[in-house]
Ligand binder design. Structure first.
Ligand SMILES: Nc1ncnc2c1ncn2[C@@H]1O[C@H](COP(=O)(O)OP(=O)(O)OP(=O)(O)O)[C@@H](O)[C@H]1O
Length: 263
C-alpha cells in the first residue's frame, strides 16, 4: 500500500477535532480524491501525508516510510506537496529560480536542474515567464509555477490541496494531462476538491470525509451514485450520476454520455 493509516486522531491546539479514528489504505498508481464539506478534515489529512503534521495518536505510513520527525527528509524527497495558496510556495526572485529550488535542494546537478526547470515550465505553459518575479504573476500563473516546482522534483506521490481551483479550463486540462502521463508511470496523486463533477469523471477512487471521519471509500461510480451516503456527507450527486440514475450503464463524462444517448 502506498498510504497506510491506522487509528489516526488529530486535535488542534484550541481543542477542535481535526481528525478522528481514521483507518485508510490507499493503493499506488491512482488518482485519489478527498471529498467533504468545508471543515470535514481534508487539509488536516493531507498535512499528515508529507509530515507537515505528525500523528498525535495512531500511525501514518507513506510509501513504506513511517511519518515521524526523523523520517521527514526522506519523506519530502518522495512526496511533493502543493498548497492551496501558491503565495505560500513561491519565494525566489524569478519563477525559474523558484522552480529550480526543489531539484537543487535534492542535490540534482546544475545541468539536471536546468533541464527539469525547462521541462516543467513547459509542461505548465509558463516557458515564456521564467524570468518574471513570482509576485508579478496572476493567481492562476502562480499556481502553475507552484505546480512546475512540484513536477521538477519528480516525486513518487503528489499531494495537492484544491489543485484545480483558480486555473482556467485550458490550464486545468493541461494539468490533468500532465498528471495522467505521470500516473501512467505508476506514480500517485492524492488531492482534495470541492469539484464533484471532476472527481466523478477523473478520480480512480474517492474518499468521503465528514466531521473528521471517513464516511466511505471506493470507486466514484459506487460512492458518488449512493444518494443516502451523499446526503449524510451533505454533498450533491454529480450531474451525470443524477441524469443516468437507474440506467444500466453510467457514463463518467459527456463524451460517454453522448455515445450512450446515440446508441
Ligand atoms: N489551525 C487551526 N486551529 C483550530 N482548528 C482548526 C485549524 N485548522 C483547521 N481547524 C479545524 O479543523 C477542522 C478540519 O479542518 P480542515 O481545514 O482540515 O477542513 P477541510 O475539509 O480542508 O475544509 P475546507 O474545505 O474548508 O478547506 C475544522 O473544524 C476546522 O475548523
Amino acid at each position: 500500500m502506498m498510504v497506510h493509516i491506522q487509528n489516526l486522531f488529530y486535535t488542534y491546539g484550541d481543542g477542535t477535532t481535526g481528525l478522528k479514528q481514521i483507518h485508510l489504505q490507499i493503493a499506488p498508481g491512482r488518482r485519489t480524491a478527498l471529498l467533504g464539506v468545508n471543515g470535514s478534515g481534508k487539509t488536516t489529512l493531507l498535512y499528515h501525508l508529507n509530515g507537515t503534521f505528525l500523528p498525535q495518536q495512531g500511525q501514518v505510513t507513506v510509501l513504506g516510510i513511517p511519518v515521524t520527525r526523523q523520517t521527514l527528509p526522506q519523506l519530502r524527497r518522495q512526496v511533493g506537496f502543493l498548497f492551496d495558496y501558491p503565495d505560500h510556495q513561491l519565494f525566489a526572485t524569478t519563477v525559474a529560480r523558484d522552480v529550480a529550488f526543489g531539484p537543487r535542494n535534492l542535490g540534482f546537478s546544475k545541468t539536471a536542474t536546468a533541464q527539469s526547470v525547462t521541462r516543467s515550465l513547459d509542461q505548465v505553459g509558463l516557458a515564456a515567464l521564467g524570468e518574471k518575479p513570482p509576485y508579478q504573476l496572476s493567481l492562476g500563473q502562480k499556481k502553475r509555477a507552484a505546480i512546475a516546482g512540484l513536477l521538477a522534483t519528480d516525486p513518487q506521490l503528489i499531494v495537492c490541496d484544491e489543485p484545480f481551483s483558480g486555473l482556467d479550463p485550458h490550464a486545468q486540462e493541461q494539468f490533468r494531462q500532465v498528471l495522467d502521463e505521470w500516473i501512467a508511470q505508476g506514480r500517485s496523486l492524492i488531492f482534495s476538491t470541492h469539484d464533484l463533477e471532476l472527481a466523478y469523471a477523473w478520480a480512480d477512487e474517492v474518499i468521503l470525509l465528514r466531521e473528521g471521519e471517513v464516511l466511505a471509500q471506493g470507486p466514484p461510480l459506487e460512492v458518488l451514485t449512493d444518494a443516502p451516503l451523499l446526503t449524510a456527507a451533505k454533498l450533491p450527486m454529480p450531474l451525470l450520476a443524477r441524469l443516468f440514475a437507474g440506467h444500466p450503464r453510467q457514463p463518467r463524462n459527456v463524451e460517454e454520455a453522448l455515445a450512450l444517448i446515440k446508441d
